[in-house]
Design a protein around this ligand. Structure first.
Ligand code: ZN
Length: 323
């Protein structure tokens, strides 16, 4: 491979897969691939190091062409000391020295960050954020991830829990149980999982005819995608569900926007594939609840980097924070 230097390794650690990429100073991906996440936790870091070595050999790259490693991980991260908290979901110990382990195993300087935060940084740098320095990123996937960038800096807060937009309480009493231990978080409503649950509940509680009911009776499952497709065909029940979701999401985002005054609100994750069908009602609700001057400044946009946002943001973090 032609000669390159000062490359970065971007890593996005997820519960199912680890996404990896070699990325240039300018944020271009040289190579990207993924490996399964070791469920026992023990081999997560050794697996990553091995995959990187194999790929370097494959591309005839050597370690001295790399300036550092950036990594995003699920859960609160203390970036300064490089610890991942609540890593037990990954089979790691409660407080895991992620940065130190990466550096020791890969042999390059490393920086670690929460996964939703690196996705927000990725979108700011190379994606829908288009360089906006005040940006809010909301990822509607299995859960609801959030990243807040203020003045070009990620908001980490006092102990790494900043930007957790998904856990804004939307149903103060009697809401569904959230993975965080609270109830009624926006994650229980606007995630793909939340939308599917709301659809199933609506089908069980109401007798209204619906395209969703036919499908539910046939295969016993309804997904968030089915809800948007049915609404697109004029299905009333599906439209009601979308109204409910966008009402709560617009309200939750308005609270953040009133504090941050963002230029861009980037919506990503699987649910964002609904595009304008999601953004138009969301924007309308957002405007109802946001301080008018802040609403005026904010542009809603769909994330453009997809699954690459994390690795690109991780590389940016390595580029801008490592010595
Ligand atoms: Zn929660």
């Amino acid at each position: 491979m032609f000669f390159m230097e000062n490359l970065f390794i971007g890593i996005d650690l997820g519960g199912t897969t680890v996404k990896l990429a070699f990325i240039t100073q300018e944020g271009e991906i040289v190579s990207k691939w993924e490996i399964p996440t070791d469920k026992s936790g023990e081999k997560i870091i050794p697996d990553i190091a091995e995959a990187i070595e194999v790929k370097m050999n494959e591309l005839s790259l050597s370690k001295n062409q790399f300036a550092g490693v950036g990594m995003g991980a699920p859960g609160p991260v203390n970036s300064e000391e490089g610890y991942l908290y609540k890593a037990t979901n990954l089979g790691l110990k409660e407080m895991y020295p992620l940065k130190a382990e990466l550096e020791a195993t890969i042999g390059l300087p490393a920086v670690v960050e929460n996964d939703a935060n690196i996705a927000a940084i990725g979108e700011m740098w190379k994606g829908a954020g288009d360089g906006a320095k005040n940006l809010l990123c909301v990822t509607l996937g299995t859960g609801v991830g959030g990243g807040i960038i203020s003045n070009g800096e990620i908001v980490r807060g006092a102990n790494g829990a900043g930007g957790e937009i998904g856990h804004i309480t939307s149903i103060p009493e009697g809401g569904a149980l959230c993975g965080c231990g609270k109830t009624g978080c926006i994650e229980t409503i606007a995630s793909a999982t939340g939308i599917a649950r709301l659809a199933k509940e609506a089908l069980q509680d109401q007798n209204k005819p619906s395209l969703l009911r036919d499908q539910f009776e046939k295969i016993g499952e309804v997904t968030s995608r089915d809800v948007f497709e049915a609404a697109d065909k004029g299905d009333e029940l599906a439209k009601e569900i979308i109204n409910f979701i966008t009402f709560h999401l617009g309200l939750a985002i308005s609270h953040v926007a009133n504090g941050l005054n963002p230029e861009k609100i980037v919506v990503g994750g699987g649910v964002s594939k609904a595009g304008e069908q999601l953004l138009i009602p969301l924007r309308k609700q957002f405007e109802r609840f946001t301080f008018p001057r802040a609403a005026e400044a904010a542009e809603f946009t769909i994330a453009t980097l997809g699954n690459d946002a994390g690795v690109i943001g991780a590389a940016y973090l390595a580029k801008t924070t490592l010595p």
